[in-house]
Design a protein around this ligand. Structure first.
Ligand code: HSE
Length: 329
């Protein structure tokens, strides 16, 4: 199966590393573009060579060759769209995804902006064109939560989704709780370790978790909710004293995203939870509990971010497309 990768940041590099490591997966790179250059070869491009070029020249290919050129050439089966997220407009990723779907190509993306903004439109477009749109990597990094909703728990009706969807906030709360660090000290650590978004206010004010909750809610119930529908309280005003008070009752605080159409609720807010609660997880981990009518509560937990972890979700989506559309015709 031929793939073209748009974006060569941490996620794009992670995908190329997996392609280089696992040629047996049969995922052939035929196009790649970063913000300054690109490379198209219908016969296949060595992903290791792209990574070396990127490392030595900060370009992946020929200067001036762009994402639009890759889309114009159309020499791929699946577009892997992993350019930086724009939560307000979804662009330019939204246009790349629309273009690929309209021209009859499958799309796999890790980009939260376009999926949170235009989920219904993009799903309709994919259906009309008879192609797949998959976005497991937008929520929970390596955790296969969208796969669970769409396949693993088929036949169930979901009553509620509850989760820890932002690793940066979880890391900050863990450090404040365990080491007594102030909010500012813990945030500085999270930034230094590269967990936070380029603008960490997206993390600490709960916006990143709310975007992921919108994606999960629309995947689960197709309600067409947007970020404006989510009631959001972040962790930026939490003090060490609040965590100490919770600790006195053998509890702690976590930033919890929860959606339940039955309760008319979609919100992100800090919540006091017993330490034994399944969503009291440590550090940058993410976790999601799906409350289902048949299965009961299913909690998935794992690494919510990282180059390799996100690549795991993307490769899983690619292979699901290959199995459904390419090998079976
Ligand atoms: N900044 C995000 C987080 C990265 O901390 O969870 C993954 O979306």
């Amino acid at each position: 199966m031929r793939i073209a990768v748009l974006g060569l940041g941490a996620v794009g590099k992670g995908v190329l590393r997996v392609l280089a490591e696992k040629p047996e997966l049969g995922l052939v790179l035929t196009g790649v573009a970063d913000s300054a250059s690109g490379w198209i070869d219908p016969d296949g491009i060595d992903p290791g060579e792209v990574l070396d070029r990127k490392c030595t020249t900060n370009r992946c290919g020929t200067a001036g060759l762009t994402a639009d050129d890759i889309l114009d050439a159309g020499e791929f089966d699946v577009l892997v769209e992993v350019t930086p997220t724009n939560a307000s407009t979804g662009e330019p990723a939204l246009t790349y995804i629309r273009r690929a779907l309209i021209s009859g190509h499958h799309v796999v993306t890790s980009n939260k902006g376009p999926i949170a903004i235009a989920h219904a439109e993009l799903e309709d477009l994919a259906r009309e064109q008879g192609v797949a749109l998959r976005y497991e990597a937008t929520v929970g990094g390596a955790i296969p939560v969208i796969h669970a909703i769409r396949s693993g728990l088929l036949g169930n009706r979901a009553h509620a989704i509850t989760g820890v969807l932002n690793g940066t906030c979880n890391y900050i709360l863990t450090r404040m709780d365990e080491e007594g660090l102030t909010y500012d000290q813990a945030l500085a650590e999270a930034r230094e370790l590269g967990y936070a978004e380029a603008d960490p206010t997206y993390d600490v004010r709960g916006i990143d978790a709310a975007i992921k909750l919108v994606i999960l809610a629309n995947t689960c119930w197709n309600l067409g909710v947007t970020l404006n529908d989510v009631s959001i309280t972040g962790i930026d005003c939490l003090t060490v004293d609040a965590l100490r008070l919770a600790a006195d009752q053998d509890c702690t605080i976590r930033l919890i995203a929860e959606a339940s159409p039955e309760r008319g609720q979609i919100r992100v807010a800090p919540r006091v939870l017993p330490r034994t609660h399944p969503l009291v997880i440590e550090g940058t981990l993410n976790a999601v509990t799906l409350s289902m009518d048949l299965a009961g509560e299913v909690t998935l937990m794992g690494r919510g971010a990282g180059s390799r972890e996100t690549a795991s979700a993307i490769v899983g989506d690619l292979l699901a497309i290959r199995d459904r559309f390419i090998e079976c015709g």
